[in-house]
Each structure stands twice: as structure tokens, then as C-alpha cells.
Design a binder for this molecule. Structure first.
Ligand SMILES: NC(=O)c1ccc[n+]([C@@H]2O[C@H](COP(=O)([O-])OP(=O)(O)OC[C@H]3O[C@@H](n4cnc5c(N)ncnc54)[C@H](O)[C@@H]3O)[C@@H](O)[C@H]2O)c1
Length: 254
């Protein structure tokens, strides 16, 4: 088992790639704390893991709310003694509005979940990791963090910011045993479309995004991302730090 005895915090564990990552981590021997703002799907993941004998604690909360984000890390420390691994996975899409149209409400929602959330969790986890001799952070970014075609301005800017946070964290804590990497995920079959109201999509922005979606070479499954997260947090990747790894079937190569 690759993660025997490790303590991991995963956000957005109720669905999609967060759920698959939590299940895989538990199978590999990790004790997992998962958060989600959807209580029903969170409980489903907890039940799935417990049914196979895995060790898991589920906590309902919104990562954009500082106290709720921090309580995930605090729960790991109180329940299992420390945090070794943090996966900042929870995220929401925008409705393809450009900078000429985006509302403050959409901007703040997307930046709150996709950027502030990872910052709140990292800031709480890093001192504990340093105290215990190190740790690993994986941020789930997107091809939208590497280029401008895949979404609206809020989602695009949020994933670029997450990539910047990844590189800075990798560099800043390199001598304190912390590695931090990001995955630039391509098109993955998950329930993320439920994070937006389909009737409120921006028509012109969607037309531009569709031009980019036309280049998608492959639809990935959540387990494809989970397998890469597992590799990145394992000792097999001990020299991989500050990397932004595309998992997109070659989309970014276009
Ligand atoms: N699906 C894709 O094609 C794709 C592509 C690139 C990047 N991503 C990124 O992957 C990550 C995971 O998304 P997914 O596709 O698995 O989506 P998903 O919607 O299937 O799963 C995300 C989970 O996070 C939870 N969540 C969302 N906002 C939250 C919040 N504020 N607080 C707590 N929980 C919250 C949701 O309830 C859900 O259970 C996101 O960061 C997303 O931006 C997805």
C-alpha cells in the first residue's frame, strides 16, 4: 500500500475526481478527511469507503468560508494527529462570461471556491506539515489555468491563480519538506456542470468556448485523475515539485 498510515485531507470528496481520489487513498492505506458542501453525496462517499474497511471522516462545509475550510485541517489533526497530504480539489465553473460581462457575484463565487478555498486550507495545513517534517499538496487546476479558451474569465483567472499558488508554495517551502504540484485536468466526466445554471450561460462566451471544446481529444474518467494524484503524493514522485501536469489526453498540445 502506497499511503499506509498517511493522513490526507481532500476537498470536494462528495463527487467526481474528489470521490475517486478519496476511495483510492483509503484503499492505499491512508486515513482520509473529506469535505463537501453537499451533505448527501458526502455521506455516500463516506459510506462507500467504510463499506470496504477504509478509515474516513466526512465534514460538511464550504471551502470558500475560512472557518469551514480550516476545520477540515483541524479535524485531521484532532482525529488522526497531523496532516501529511492536502488535495485542493473542490471547484465550481462559471457561465462563460468574459471580462466585459462578468458579474461581481460570479467573480466572487468562483474566486472564493477555486482560489480562496485552497489558500485557506494550505495556510492551515502547511505549519502542521512543517512541524512534522514535511507534506504534499496537490491542487486540481485545469487546462483553463494554462490558456484562455476553455471557460469564462472568472474560472480561467481562478485556475491561473491556483497554478501561481502551486508554484509559489513549491518554491517557498522546498527546504521544509513540502512538495506542491498541480494537475491541469482536461475534459473529465463528472458532475461539475451542476455547479452552474445552464439557463444562464453567456451565449457569445459559450460560442468561443465551444470552438476550444471542438479540439478535445479524449474524455477522461475521474479515476484517471485520481491515479495521477496518488502518484504525485506518493514517494515515487519525491522529486516532482512545482510541476503543472496536464492530464488532458493531449488537449494542451493543440
Ligand atoms: N470535470 C472537468 O472536466 C474538469 C476539468 C478541469 C478541472 N476540473 C476541476 O476538477 C475539480 C473537481 O471537479 P469535478 O469535475 O470532479 O466536479 P464535481 O462537481 O463532480 O465534484 C466537485 C465536488 O466539489 C464539491 N464542491 C464544490 N464547491 C464546493 C465548496 N465551495 N465547498 C465544498 N465542496 C464543494 C461539489 O459538491 C462536488 O461534490 C474542480 O476544481 C474542477 O474545477 C474539472
Amino acid at each position: 500500500m502506497k499511503l499506509n498510515g498517511k493522513i490526507a485531507v481532500i476537498t470536494g470528496g462528495g463527487a467526481g475526481m474528489g470521490r475517486e481520489t478519496a476511495i483510492l487513498f483509503a484503499k492505499e492505506g491512508a486515513k482520509v478527511v473529506i469535505g463537501d458542501w453537499n451533505e448527501k453525496t458526502l455521506k455516500e462517499t463516506v459510506d462507500l469507503i467504510r463499506s470496504t474497511g477504509g478509515e474516513v471522516t466526512g465534514l460538511k462545509g464550504n471551502v470558500a468560508v475560512q472557518a469551514e475550510a480550516e476545520s477540515l485541517v483541524d479535524t485531521a489533526i484532532q482525529t488522526y494527529g497531523r496532516v501529511d497530504i492536502l488535495v485542493n480539489n473542490a471547484g465550481v465553473m462559471d457561465n462563460n462570461q468574459g471580462a466585459g460581462e462578468v458579474s461581481n457575484e460570479m467573480w466572487e463565487r468562483v474566486m472564493g471556491v477555486n482560489v480562496n478555498g485552497p489558500l485557506y486550507l494550505s495556510r492551515r495545513a502547511i505549519p502542521n506539515m512543517v512541524e512534522n517534517g514535511g507534506g504534499v499538496i496537490v491542487n486540481i487546476a485545469s487546462v483553463a489555468g494554462m490558456g484562455g479558451g476553455a471557460a469564462g474569465v472568472a474560472y480561467t483567472a481562478s485556475k491561473h491563480a491556483l497554478i501561481g499558488m502551486t508554484r509559489n508554495t513549491a518554491w517557498r517551502y522546498v527546504h521544509e519538506g513540502i512538495r506542491c504540484n498541480a494537475i491541469a485536468a482536461g475534459a473529465v466526466e463528472t458532475s461539475i456542470a451542476a455547479s452552474i445554471d445552464p439557463t444562464k450561460m453567456d451565449p457569445k462566451g459559450t460560442e468561443r468556448a465551444q470552438a476550444y471544446y471542438g479540439l478535445i481529444p479524449a474524455q477522461l474518467k475521474p479515476i484517471d485523475i485520481a491515479n495521477l494524484v496518488l502518484f504525485l503524493v506518493s514517494d515515487d514522485a519525491r522529486y516532482i515539485n512545482g510541476a503543472i501536469i496536464p492530464a488532458d489526453g493531449g488537449w494542451l498540445a493543440a
